[in-house]
Design a binder for this molecule. Structure first.
Ligand SMILES: Cc1ncc(C[n+]2csc(CCOP(=O)(O)OP(=O)(O)O)c2C)c(N)n1
Length: 626
């Protein structure tokens, strides 16, 4: 049986273990080839090959329900649930998603992308099953990194006390994206140590007992030392989960199919909440990923032979610039401290960490905690900067309002990956931040046009004593060739180009697009002004009032509802100015995955499309048409 013959999990249930070993090797080869071509989450998937196969052999999906936490490790599951032939389209526009998708398959029961949701969702399902008198198993597959998220503990607390039958598979590879952090991670290490002792025990027992005469006595002494040491090291062993009302199985080797299957069967028969602690190795089977699991957690397309990315980025990304600037400021300002929620590399903060290891705090996947903890730091006299992807910051909304802004605390949020992120898709686009932040009193909201403006804004925050958020996108932008940056003045927009026929009011990444739209409009005989609206809140009301008599067009890589365009409309209506003739942004829809430029095109936000719409609206409104 080869991978291409596997149409459903039924096809692998009867295979022998040697056949399964071959299948696992074919799956790994397919993972490496496809991700090398498309980019994606490689190391995590390589680590769960045997684990996923064991789950599908012991349980009866889709009758039994499997929920992936985060969902980035669902590629193996996709390959054996009828999607092998579409797997080469992974993460491409119109192709398979990189995360579970209900519309893709009945085996993708619950959509994920953000971390730490699976135990809650599984408990909900288990309760629904019990309310409806049905019989099936519910399994949540959760990584040790995801277990740093607070939602997991709310769910464990509830599940352990309600006693519903459900299985939590804890996939422990000692890594989040970066090495895992926190007290639970230490506890899991203790459990691993206890396992080490258990296998050592077997070896020691066999070897010592083979020594004539003294062997048995010596073994008893060693055994006593071992147990004493073990209890000192493990301090209650599996106590954490059992204290919460879960039955604990493990730890077991997540690359040993037979022992996993044996344990899964035991757990299947257990009537109540159970946790199975499975040890896996991230990147297993592809030496480059095993050696560099962080780099291969989420990788751009790469060369299989060398592991090198196919395309090198040409100048520093926004996150790098942010981290460098903060590190420079931190030399003279000892109050500056940075925070990441398990993303030191992605946010750029690892650069800050290199220079100030004591002043970079990795709190785990705990965005809510990060913000409230930042508020505490600020009250204590520090200047915290929390660098976080816009999509994950959605988690911290109440903390932003209640803990930071109400108290006017000097906490700065560096919102990375704002706008469309591309291949990671709907769960990861950062397109709701302005709508949520603009209504919050006391909060300053900024969006730089390029890396130079970001640098200036970061520097400015050092002089500011209130809450501030700075949003920037994934792709680095440098406009200094055509528009050298002249410096940041808080509350003032930047008029980059003037023009009589209309005014393009653009935010962040859209400023460079607006320049392009202007060029296209010029070719149509229309003169457009271009404004870099870098302070989204407060707006430059004076400039807006001055420009409003001309037809206004707003441009943002963000949903239209409640975003920048809405704010401009509201200002104009309130101040009896003519409202914008066109607001360009994302309609009321969840945008799927694909290349950034493809998504912009799909949404009608490419410069040519925007220029056509602007020209059309100016024509129909009959305003300033030459
Ligand atoms: C709320 C949230 N914050 C951050 C992330 C980014 N993220 C994706 S996977 C991951 C690490 C997950 O580690 P783990 O659960 O152990 O899975 P592994 O990749 O190690 O198998 C992080 C931090 C996320 N998906 N959701």
């Amino acid at each position: 049986m080869h991978l291409q013959d596997v149409n459903s999990p039924q096809d692998i249930k009867g295979l022998s273990y040697p056949e399964m070993t071959n299948l696992a090797a074919e799956i790994r080869a397919e993972l490496v080839t496809t991700v090398a071509h498309r980019g994606g989450h490689l190391a995590s998937n390589l680590g769960v090959v045997e684990l996923t196969l064991a789950l599908h052999r012991v349980f009866d999906m889709p009758k039994d329900k499997l929920i992936f936490d985060v969902g980035h490790q669902s590629y193996v599951h996709k390959l054996i649930t009828g999607r092998y032939y579409r797997f080469s389209t992974l993460r491409s526009f119109g192709g398979l998603a990189g995360f579970p998708k209900r519309e893709e398959s009945e085996y993708d029961l619950f959509e994920t992308g953000h971390s730490s949701t699976a135990i809650s969702a599984a408990l909900g399902l288990a309760r629904a099953r019990d309310y409806q008198g049905e019989k099936y198993n519910v399994i949540a597959l959760v990584g040790d990194g995801a277990m740093t998220g607070g939602l997991c503990y709310e769910a464990l607390n509830d599940a352990g006390s309600c006693g519903a039958k459900m299985i939590l598979i804890l996939n422990d590879n000692e890594m989040s994206i970066a090495p895992n952090v926190g007290a639970l991670s230490r506890h899991l290490t203790d459990l691993r140590v206890s396992k080490g002792w258990r296998s050592t025990k077997k070896v020691v027992k066999n070897r010592l007992q083979r020594i004539p005469l003294v062997g048995k006595r010596l073994y008893r002494v060693v055994h006593w030392v071992k147990d004493t040491l073990k209890s000192a090291l493990v301090e209650g062993g599996d106590g954490f989960f059992t204290a919460l009302g879960f039955h604990y199985f493990g730890p077991i080797d997540g690359h040993d199919l037979p022992s996993m299957e044996k344990t899964f069967r035991l757990a299947k028969d257990f009537d109540g909440p159970a946790v199975i602690h499975v040890l896996t190795r991230k990147g297993y089977g592809y030496p480059k990923a095993e050696a560099l699991p962080e780099q291969f957690h989420g990788t751009p397309p790469f060369y299989v032979e060398t592991g090198d990315p196919r395309k090198a980025s040409s100048f520093p990304a926004f996150g790098t610039v942010m981290a460098q600037e903060l590190a420079d400021m931190a030399r003279t300002d000892p109050r500056i401290v940075t925070i990441t929620a398990a993303m030191p590399g992605g946010t750029g903060l690892s650069l800050f960490q290199e220079r100030f290891p004591e002043r970079m705090l990795d709190v785990g996947i705990a965005e809510e905690h990060a913000v409230t903890m930042a508020a505490g730091l600020a009250v204590g006299g520090m200047r915290p900067y929390f660098a976080v992807y816009a999509t994950f910051f959605q988690r911290s909304y109440d903390q932003l309002i209640h803990d930071v802004c109400m108290q006017k605390l000097p906490v700065t949020i560096m919102l990375d990956r704002a706008g469309l992120v591309g291949e990671d898709g709907a769960t990861h686009h950062g397109v709701f931040d302005l709508s949520s932040m603009l209504p919050v009193p006391n909060l300053t909201v900024l969006a730089p046009r390029d890396i130079h403006e970001l640098r200036a804004m970061v520097r400015w925050t050092g002089t500011y004593s209130g809450p501030c958020a700075i949003r920037y996108g994934r792709n680095a932008i440098d406009m200094s060739g055509e528009y050298p940056y002249r410096g940041y003045t808080h509350g003032q927009w930047e008029l980059l180009e003037d023009g009589e026929d209309c005014v393009l009011l653009a935010v962040g990444s859209m400023v460079a697009e607006a320049v392009e739209v202007r060029r296209l409009l010029t070719a149509l005989g229309l003169q457009a002004a271009v404004v870099n609206c870098s302070t989204v809140k407060p707006m430059d009301e004076e400039m807006l009032t001055r420009l409003a008599p001309r037809p206004l067009i707003t441009m943002e890589e963000h949903v239209l509802a409640g975003g920048f365009g809405s704010a401009v409309c509201a200002f104009c209506v309130t101040n009896e100015l003519p409202a914008p003739v066109l607001t360009l942004g994302i309609q009321d829809t969840f945008v799927q995955h694909g290349r950034h430029d493809q998504l912009l095109k799909y949404l009608g936000l490419q410069p040519e499309q925007m220029a056509r719409r602007v020209a059309a609206v100016l024509k129909t409104k009959g305003k300033n048409q030459r």
